[in-house]
Design a protein around this ligand. Sequence first.
Ligand code: PGA
Length: 243
Amino acid sequence: MPRKLAAGNWKMNGLRASLSELETLAARHSDASVDILICPPATLIGACQNTLFDVGGQDCHTAESGAHTGDISAQMLADAGATYVITGHSERRADHGETDEIVAAKSDAAYKAGLIAVICVGETLDEREAGTTLDIIDGQLAGSIPEGATADNTVIAYEPVWAIGTGKVPTLEQIAEVHAHIRAKLQARFSDGADMRILYGGSVKGSNAADIFGVPHVDGALVGGASLKADDFSPIISALEAS
Ligand code: PGA
């Protein structure tokens, strides 16, 4: 059984002063029985090195290097100390027009640099209301996960777009349906698909974490807002440890 994963996505938040939150977190969870990942802004990756948690980027370019002003390659993230990178977050898909094809190329670049890709999928509210959630997820899984994916180099994050940063959370039945569906798809395509970790993301908080972690095939969480403060992230880590 792969270790469960509590991942924090700081998005475009965090200055050097924020690193004290990680010191608090490290002091509280020094003997954590789950993997803990922090994805700070790229400016803080170098300063984030800590023996307790892994550090990840929030995005990478498809190329190793070149004339791409402002972009960061997977190799650079690895060089700065990252071991993971998020690819295909819905904010990147929406704000930067990232297609499944681009997400797959970024995930492939992550593998080449020795990083674990946290590949994000999820439906919009319109898609859920139209009853097309599972079709959308199928298309994203098929298009965004490269052939070389394994349980060691890939984590899938199911993040309903309408649940991100909104305080709205799907019902446990809705989460269960999508996670079981993703598991079946991963097992059908990859020989070790049973061991690929599937995270839930979207308005995870200390108050709902235990219920969400009780859902079958939920192997952890990708947490945005509640990962910024140790007081908010710590109960989520504890809930995952207890699950
Ligand atoms: P949230 O974000 O926890 O603030 O909803 C989750 C994410 O976007 O990864």
